[in-house]
Design a protein around this ligand. Structure first.
Ligand code: G3P
Length: 244
């Protein structure tokens, strides 16, 4: 499962790329507004450092979405055009997909909606797990069901688990067979954490420093003895080399 960042903040994306763990980015109008930059400028900037950057249309009618989707796709080859799971969004997505533009159908909440996304040849479908949990449904169950339906039907559209709210969601998405999970930067950082890793690394470094200090002390003692003319008390014995 690929890990994407669900953010439009350049510095967060740069950090994820520098760690070498992030394969893409999903943005939406809310995230672009939060980042506080002009849509086109920010998407182009993000595309300089990573592939697979979803950028969403904000038009509402099919023809407007098609025109906007074409424009967004022209910004950079790494762009994937996001369209909403509405009749106009799906119809626009179909027209864009036919033109060879990679389409991400967003705001998906059911297997049937995911089948509609597959029917237009969408590159990605984005089920929103967290928002389903918010209304007392099991978001990850829906993700797993979409994956299962796609596998049974031989559908190639990638399942991107979105609206990820906790590290457990990431594990569940992987176990559900999702192709991609997109998450806020704070969740990505949490994936590194385990108390045993922190304790183990602390112990390794302490043991290394203690052993080094002991060696340094022993060496200093042996140097002091050779200056006084006395032979060092201990010296490592070298194994004899066999003569051939
Ligand atoms: O990728 C979709 C995501 O941005 C929605 O997340 O937490 O607003 O439901 P959330």
């Amino acid at each position: 499962m690929k890990l994407f960042l669900d953010t439009a903040v350049y510095e967060e994306i740069k950090q994820g790329v520098d760690w070498g763990v992030v394969d893409g980015v999903t943005t939406n109008p809310t995230l672009i507004a939060k980042a506080g930059h002009e849509h086109e400028d920010q998407v182009k900037r993000i595309c300089q450092i990573i592939g697979n950057v979803s950028a969403e249309v904000v038009s509402e009618k099919r023809d407007d979405m098609i025109a906007e989707g074409r424009r967004i796709a022209s910004w950079h080859k790494n762009v994937i055009v996001k369209v909403p799971m509405t009749p106009d969004g799906i119809a626009a997505g179909k027209a864009l997909a036919v033109e060879g533009i990679r389409v991400n159908v967003t705001l998906c909440f059911s297997v049937n909606q995911a089948l509609l996304a597959a029917a237009i040849g969408a590159y990605i479908v984005s089920p929103f797990a967290g928002r389903l949990d918010d209304i007392n449904e099991d978001g990850m169950r829906v993700v797993a069901d979409i994956v299962s339906a796609y596998r049974q039907q031989g559908i190639k559209t990638k399942v991107l688990a979105a609206s990820i709210r906790t590290p457990i969601h990431v594990t569940q998405a992987a176990l559900a067979g999702a192709d991609i999970a997109t998450m806020p930067f704070a969740i990505l950082k949490q994936l590194f954490n385990h108390p045993l890793t922190e304790a183990g690394q602390k112990r390794f470094l302490e043991d290394y420093q203690r052993a080094k200090a002991e060696r340094d002390t022993a060496r200093a003692g042996s140097d002091g003895q050779s200056k006084t003319g006395r032979a060092p008390e201990t010296k490592p014995t070298e194994a004899p080399t066999a003569k051939r």
